[in-house]
Design a binder for this molecule. Structure first.
Ligand code: DWN
Ligand code: SAH
Ligand code: ZN
Length: 415
């Protein structure tokens, strides 16, 4: 590449408003975040360029390149939502809240986009409420079906939504957690929501919040599956563009900071004061300003440098580091920072589908969770930092035995 080509700013077309998306962070060549190869199978790995930009029209933050959906979501998808007790409780509570506030009429109907192993619909099914999950990844969909949850093993989009409307009638709620931000084909999804929802129906979704990502430099929320990083400002623009109104927002502590957005049809519901408050806060923080986002990119590079220096120093002292949680997010960290088995001996994880395989791109071996307690390292790199509370509670013995945790959110530090 010539210096001139390098200097040329990368621009793409906004998936919401067709405006110009200006790149502000390049995280380099990256593998699929949830593709854990077997040893000996690494030659076939798929890579793409992970870079993120902001639209100068609607402020939506989005990836510069799209990975085809079938490469990510298929019969070997290895993320099982029910692996965290905190998330199980979060989604049980979410289901109870939706039942109490939205599913109150006669014979209500709720559709979930990306129901995974049934972590939320499970509770809806127990309550005897009509439901349907869309889940294209057959591995996790099967677990939901085995729990008695009704699932269509397909992608939610306009055509599949229209099909459900004709067989099941209008939905009162479409709910989606950590999935809408995975879907670049927004127009199709929102036309589908329009076709499927009844007149007073709502589309409720929760995803990682750009405000938290910038505030905490949690750049590992950027990976192939996370196509969009939503804010109230960009979600309001998206909703309006496709015939909806943003009527409520609620900040959530899960997964390092998310927002639950509620969209309704225009004029059907009065937006709550929380909407104006979050929009005001984003404006005051200049959240979508190129300057803010360039500052974020500079912080990302600093975290990388600090983390790599620390790991090299520990290695030079002859001490051992293992990582905790083979998260999709950590693919970004490991590949961007160049962290392989020379710096981190292995990763411990409770998921059978990831164990005895290698992490994407950097090929750190994944071991079962009990490998951690069987032989404590000197340091544990907390890849699953969003589950910190849950993990610290069950791994108290590690610190008691003299071990130390390495964190990189919001900055690199040891506890
Ligand atoms: O958006 C997404 C989120 C919801 O889930 C998906 N695109 C993919 C996935 O992202 P992730 O892999 O970064 O999510 P988690 O929830 O941070 O992954 C936690 C990982 O750590 C899992 O592999 C399970 C493992 N784990 C563990 O080994 N011990 C988790 C806990 C709580 C534990 O105690
Ligand atoms: N809702 C769960 C799962 C999040 S992982 C939770 O919050 O833990 C994202 C899920 O979305 C994966 O299971 C993936 O297979 C699914 N998915 C991706 N694109 C989808 C689409 N267009 N329609 C429905 N599900 C989709
Ligand atoms: Zn735009």
């Amino acid at each position: 590449m010539t210096d001139l080509a390098k200097a040329a700013p990368s621009v793409s077309v906004c998936r919401i408003c067709e405006g110009a998306v200006h790149e502000f962070l390049d995280l380099g060549r990256q593998p699929l975040s949830d593709a854990f190869p077997q040893a000996g199978e690494t030659a076939g790995e798929f890579f793409y360029r992970l870079a993120v930009g902001v639209c100068d029209g609607c402020t939506m933050v989005q990836l510069m390149e799209e990975v085809p959906r079938e490469r990510m979501f298929h019969e070997d998808y290895p993320y099982y939502s029910s692996g965290s007790s905190v998330m199980r409780e979060h989604f049980a509570q979410t289901a109870r809240d939706l039942i109490r506030t939205e599913l109150t009429g006669g014979d209500p109907f709720i559709v979930e986009i990306g129901c995974n192993d049934g972590i939320m619909l499970n509770t809806v099914r127990d309550a005897g409420i009509r439901h349907l999950g869309f889940e294209p990844s057959a591995s996790v969909a099967k677990v939901a079906q085995d729990k008695g949850v009704r699932v269509r093993t397909e992608f939610f989009e306009e055509s599949t939504a229209v099909a459900v409307r004709s067989t099941d009638g209008p939905a009162d709620v479409i709910y989606s957690a950590n999935t809408f931000c995975h879907i670049p084909y927004v127009a199709s999804v929102l036309r589908g929501a329009d076709a499927l929802l009844g007149p007073d129906g709502v589309f409720v979704f929760e995803d990682p919040y750009l405000g938290d990502i910038v505030a905490k430099t949690s750049f590992d929320q950027i990976y192939d599956e996370h196509f969009f990083l939503f804010s109230a400002t960009s979600v309001q623009a998206m909703a309006r563009r496709f015939g909806f109104e943003l009527v409520d927002v609620r900040r959530l502590p899960v997964h390092g900071g998310e927002v639950r957005y509620t969209l309704g049809r225009p004029g059907m519901r009065e937006p709550t004061p929380a909407v104006a408050a979050l929009l005001d806060a984003e404006r005051a923080a200049r959240l979508a300003d190129p300057e803010t986002l360039r500052g974020f990119a500079a912080s990302v590079a600093r975290v990388r440098d600090d983390l790599v220096s620390l790991l090299k120093e520990i290695k030079a002292n002859g001490q051992k580091v293992v990582a905790y949680g083979a998260t999709a997010k950590s693919a970004t960290v490991a590949n961007y920072c160049g962290i392989g088995p020379d710096l981190v001996a292995y990763v411990c994880d409770t998921t059978p589908a990831k164990q005895h395989r290698l992490t994407p791109g950097m090929h750190i071996p994944v071991k079962p969770a009990n490998a951690f307690q069987e032989s404590y390292p000197d340091y544990a790199l907390l890849f699953a930092w969003n589950h910190s509370q849950e993990i610290m509670t069950k791994e108290q013995g590690f610190r008691e035995s003299g071990g130390r945790w390495i964190h990189y959110v919001p900055d690199v530090h040891v506890t």
